[in-house]
Each structure stands twice: as structure tokens, then as C-alpha cells.
Design a protein around this ligand. Structure first.
Ligand code: ATP
Length: 342
């Protein structure tokens, strides 16, 4: 179990996060570039000096313990395998550093290579391994020391999409079996949702939101989180089923009073060239700011009284001749909005 408050000060940047991770729990640190995720992870590992706070691992203070004495397993984005050592010796390196005799360390390493499905690759050098295999060797090396905390920094980022799927599933399996505290740094919401029990969102060196993945996805509290999970998000003032935003008042399914967040998916917005009849409760005129390809559909960026994204089919873009600068009518069903206290 990790109990920590990590304070790191640098010119122009200050990290101050409280991070507690239970034994057997996987926490994903998510956040934009430069938010401080890697700094937090490296502070836990003892690789960057903390300027304040505390770190306790299973109740014992470790913030003064040098990095090589902390019971930590680490996996980096580029794996950092020793190029001149075989896969087996790369994995055995960890236990050797912790004082395990050579024979025993190599036995342990062989066991771990088998567990990650690479029993046949003991003699291979890192350059003979694929990206996915190298990642599995790095994970075996991290786990072979039986760490009390496992730290993974963008462990899937260097893999192509297909390998990533396979390695994500394998990693999920190993994380489930790991009984220490695990912290994962990632940019990828899908990795975070699949692998983590809890998300901790860091922006500008501070925790802005945390919770189980479905709760965070359903109730984003910052612009960054809303974009991550693909929702339009606003702050407003609720008066029953009406929420007053800056430029417009929207009707919502839920009834609230006072400050709220209001969220809806881009797919909930329908666009029309002329004002539609039988007006839905929420209808406004918008100016198209841009049109982007988004997989097999198009995302239309709307300006006007309400900045919002609307997802439409590629056919609709052609049919309605949706181009930047054009005016359209946007309709949103109250039942597709979601309001919650801010
Ligand atoms: N070794 C370093 N020396 C000085 N400043 C650094 C160092 N590493 C990172 N920084 C700065 O500290 C801040 C936090 O960086 P950090 O790498 O922890 O962010 P991050 O959330 O992991 O971002 P990314 O997702 O881009 O890796 C940034 O402003 C960064 O420029």
C-alpha cells in the first residue's frame, strides 16, 4: 500500500499530489502533456528528489530510501533493456541487484519469462525481439524482484495498434495477479479504462479529479476529462429542468438547483439547414467553426451561443453542405443531456 503526498518544485513547475494506492489496486495517472505524471511516478521510485510531502510503503516511510533500495518494479515506455544481455539475463538483473545469487536469479528469471509467455526466448537479445516481446521482458524484469509497488510509465505507447491490444490484455492479466500497489502513467483513456481500478487525473501538477473509470467518464469535471471521454461539458446554474449557461439556457432531463455541470455526447446533437418543425426543447442557431474526420463519421465544431461538437455521418456533411462559416440549426434532446452538481 502506498500513502504519499508528492511535492516536487522546479522553476516554472510545481507538483503537489496526494496519491494513495491500496495493495492489489491499479491506479492510472492521466493528464495532458507536462501535467506532472511522470514526475510523480519518478518521485515514488526515488528517481527525482521530492522537496516536500511523504511516501510510505506498507506503513514504512521510504522517502529517504535511495532508489535502488526501494521495493519497486518499473516499466518504462522504451523498456530500457540492456542491449548486450539476453532476455533471461535482463530479467535476472533485477533479482541480482537485490542480492539474489546468480543461479537462483536465473531460475527466477526463467520462471518469469515463462509467465509472460516467452519461455522460448531466454537467449534472445533485445534487438531480436519485437516491440511486444520487449515489453513483456521489461514487465518480467519488473515483477521478478517481487516489488511492493509496480510503476509503469506509458508501457504500451511504443506499440502498434494490433500489438497494443494483445499486450494490453496480457498486462491486464498480470496486473490482476499482482498483489502490491500499481501505478500506471498513460495518455490513452482506453488503456486507463481497461487496466485501472481508479483514475487520478493530474493537470498542472495537481489532482483535479479521481474515481473509478465509469464514474469519471460519466461525470467529467474538467475540459480535459470531458474531451478525453468525448463529451461536451459546461458549467451552469440549474433551476429545475433548466440550466442557464453563458449564452443559452438548456432543458435537461434531471432536475437540480444551483451550480451544475452539464454534459452531452456529440452524437446527441442533430444539425439542420433550416429551422426544423415540431421544435425539440433545445434548439439554437450556430455557426460552423470547422469539420473534422473522426473515424467513420465527421465531427462538426459549432460556435455561436454554445461552443459544442456534433457528430454526423459523412453523408450528412455532403447532403447538408456543412462548411466552416455556414449557419445551421442545432437540436439537442433533453433526455440526452446529463446534469450533476458542480
Ligand atoms: N528532468 C527535468 N528537468 C526539468 N524539468 C522537467 C524535467 N522533466 C520534466 N520537466 C518539466 O516538469 C513538468 C512536468 O513534466 P512531466 O514529464 O512530469 O509531465 P507528464 O505529465 O509526465 O507529461 P508527458 O505526458 O508529456 O510525459 C513539465 O513542465 C516538464 O517540462
Amino acid at each position: 500500500m502506498i500513502e504519499s503526498r508528492l511535492v516536487v518544485e522546479r522553476p516554472g513547475f510545481r507538483l503537489d499530489v496526494e496519491l494513495d494506492v491500496a495493495a492489489g489496486e491499479v491506479v492510472a495517472l492521466l493528464g495532458p502533456n507536462g501535467a506532472g505524471k511522470t514526475t510523480a511516478l519518478r518521485a515514488l521510485a526515488g528517481l527525482v528528489p521530492v522537496t516536500g510531502g511523504h511516501i510510505r510503503l506498507d506503513g514504512e516511510p521510504i522517502h529517504d530510501t535511495p532508489a535502488d533500495r526501494r521495493p519497486v518494479g518499473m516499466v518504462f515506455q522504451d523498456y530500457l533493456l540492456f542491449p548486450h544481455l539476453s532476455a533471461l539475463d535482463n530479467v535476472a538483473f533485477g533479482p541480482r541487484c537485490h542480492g539474489t545469487p546468480k543461479r537462483r536469479a536465473r531460475l527466477l528469471a526463467a520462471e518469469w519469462l515463462e509467465r509472460v509467455g516467452l519461455a522460448g526466448y531466454a537467449a534472445a537479445r533485445p534487438h531480436e525481439l519485437s516491440g511486444g516481446q520487449a515489453q513483456r521482458v521489461a514487465l518480467a524484469r519488473a515483477l521478478a524482484v517481487r516489488p511492493r509497488m509496480l510503476l509503469l510509465d506509458e508501457p504500451l505507447a511504443a506499440l502498434d495498434a494490433h500489438t497494443r491490444l494483445d499486450i494490453r490484455a496480457r498486462l491486464h492479466h498480470h496486473l490482476r495477479d499482482f498483489d502490491g500497489a500499481a501505478v500506471l502513467v498513460t495518455h490513452d483513456p482506453l488503456d486507463a479504462m481497461v487496466l485501472a481500478d481508479r483514475l487520478v487525473v493530474v493537470e498542472d501538477g495537481a489532482v483535479v479529479q479521481q474515481g473509478p473509470p465509469p464514474a469519471v467518464a460519466r461525470h467529467p469535471r474538467t475540459e480535459y476529462v470531458a474531451r478525453l471521454v468525448g463529451l461536451n461539458l459546461y458549467r451552469g446554474e440549474a433551476d429545475g429542468h433548466a440550466v442557464r449557461l453563458e449564452g443559452i439556457t438548456l432543458n435537461t432531463a434531471e432536475s437540480h438547483r444551483g451550480p451544475v455541470f452539464l454534459a452531452f455526447p456529440p452524437t446527441a446533437v442533430a444539425l439542420y439547414r433550416t429551422r426544423p418543425d415540431g421544435t425539440p426543447r433545445n434548439l439554437w442557431e450556430a455557426v460552423i467553426g470547422g469539420v473534422e474526420r473522426h473515424g467513420d463519421h465527421a465531427r462538426v465544431l459549432l460556435g455561436g451561443p454554445l461552443e459544442a461538437s456534433a457528430d454526423v455521418t459523412a453523408a450528412a456533411v455532403a447532403e447538408l453542405d456543412l462548411r466552416p462559416g455556414e449557419r445551421v440549426w442545432a437540436a439537442l434532446k433533453a433526455t440526452e443531456t446529463h446534469a450533476y452538481p458542480a
